[in-house]
Design a protein around this ligand. Structure first.
Ligand SMILES: [Zn+2]
Ligand SMILES: [Zn+2]
Length: 287
């Protein structure tokens, strides 16, 4: 028992130690970051201008001016610097980090660059460089691991080649909420994403992510749109089955209950009688 207690203390100590190290890393200036990727590697000027038309209107389309805006105020305001990283999504995905970094936005960028990518965490952007690198080792062999290099490859070649691993764009919702685009591009995820990134975002089109604000669409349709159901319990002779999933349009968790089917009997004690409804079965007939 002594050993157990000691180990627990040790684990607790390690947790505190790690938290202190992580908290410390946010104090380091960006210039001191040892990893290959730097803050500027997570910044994409044209994306930033596209997603933040108010900023573009104020500072223009000059790359350096946009980056300057991002560093001095955009980052703290939680604005997304590129398709590679979205600090608000990163916080949503990793509550363990929120407990440590609270509202220190810069700390999340540092964490992603110095630890998150290596740990395989999803940066919460529309494009996950880590997933892309994992799926396409040939690209990594040619270009390395730098997130910006991977994103550039994705936009200039990968998309057209059908390399969509790492693309976290909600094409189902985007097409549903924008019928004109659905008519034009069908279910072509790559084409819909390209449209969004070059035009749709600045036009304020909705649906790139599942969002409560899109719920009007579900209400109007009288139904949610769930792509992936997870079966919790299968229906049997007397009990209903339960499936759960998330709506691609509004993000709401949806439960689907199917009726008891009257024929899927269960006979665990193998007495040729259904444990649930007592129906006579002949599955384990004795000689
Ligand atoms: Zn919905
Ligand atoms: Zn039964």
């Amino acid at each position: 028992m002594k050993g157990y207690g000691y180990r627990r203390m040790k684990v607790r100590f390690m947790k505190r130690f790690l938290a202190a190290v992580l908290a410390g890393s946010m104090v380091l200036s960006t210039g001191m970051m040892a990893s290959a990727a730097e803050l500027s590697d997570l910044f994409d000027a044209s994306y930033y201008a596209q997603m933040n038309p108010d900023v573009a209107a104020a500072v223009g389309n000059d790359e350096a001016a946009l980056y300057q805006h991002f560093v001095t105020s955009g980052m703290a305001e939680g604005r997304s610097a590129s398709a590679m990283f979205d600090v608000e999504q990163y916080k949503k995905k990793y509550p363990d980090l929120v407990r440590i970094f609270k509202n220190n936005t810069a700390a999340y960028y540092n964490h992603y660059l110095n630890n998150g990518m290596a740990e395989g965490r999803d940066g919460g952007g529309f494009f996950d460089p880590t997933a892309y690198a994992k799926a396409y080792p040939d690209v990594v062999a040619a270009l390395g691991n730098n997130p910006k290099a991977l994103y550039q490859h994705f936009m200039t070649a990968g998309l057209a080649e059908g390399r969509t691993a790492g693309l976290n764009f909600n094409s189902v919702a985007y097409a549903a909420l924008n019928p004109d685009l659905k008519k034009k591009y069908g279910t072509d995820k790559a084409a819909l994403f390209r449209e969004y990134i070059t035009e749709g975002a600045a036009q304020g089109r909705k649906g790139a992510r599942a969002d409560k604000a899109n719920k009007w669409y579900c209400d109007q349709k009288g139904d949610h749109t769930v792509e992936n159901w997870v079966t919790e319990t299968y229906a049997n002779c007397t009990d209903p089955g339960v499936q759960r999933g998330f709506c691609s349009i509004c993000g709401e968790e949806v439960t689907n209950i199917s009726k008891a089917d009257g024929y899927s009997h269960i006979d665990k004690n193998q007495n040729d009688k259904c444990d649930l409804c007592n129906a006579r079965l002949n599955t384990y007939a004795k000689k």
